[in-house]
Write a protein that binds this ligand. Structure first.
Ligand SMILES: [Zn+2]
Length: 141
């Protein structure tokens, strides 16, 4: 079984470290260069068992344990057996985290300030880092 080469480096990547698990989520694209498919890959390292489980969903969906491709009917279900979390649970953690302040990681709470005309910037409540940005073209026409 071969998999299409990855054309792009992961476009998005971060880690969640729980007591034993380090979860890294990768986004990128793969497949024919003229017709790429988005993929998302969950890489879960277990510090206690020293094993890494990878669930890749994109052009193809597959599951790997310690670098070995596992032949299984339902990669998502077996992922849950191996990791103890469903891909949906990781997705929810992921969604929560990507809305967090990248600078201090403490919260997704912020306050909006006005920049140039039409421009609003959301600043972190804790460290004032810019978290989000909106531009309203209507405001300057
Ligand atoms: Zn912050």
């Amino acid at each position: 079984m071969t998999h299409p080469a990855l054309h792009n480096k992961p476009q998005f990547e971060y880690s969640i470290t729980s007591p034993n698990l380090t979860i890294t989520v990768y986004d990128g694209s793969e497949g024919p260069i003229h017709d790429p498919t988005e993929f998302r890959r969950y890489e879960v390292k277990n510090a206690r068992t020293c094993r890494t489980v990878i669930l890749h969903t994109g052009f193809t969906t597959y599951l790997k344990l310690g670098g070995t491709l596992l032949e299984c009917e339902d990669p998502h279900a077996f992922f849950e057996v191996l990791v103890g979390l469903t891909s949906g649970q990781i997705e929810r953690i992921h969604n929560k985290l990507i809305r967090r302040c990248y600078a201090c990681g403490r919260t997704n709470e912020g306050y909006w300030v006005n920049g140039y005309p039409g421009e609003s910037i959301k600043l972190c409540l804790h460290c004032d880092a810019a978290m989000d940005y909106h531009f309203n073209e209507g405001a300057i026409i």
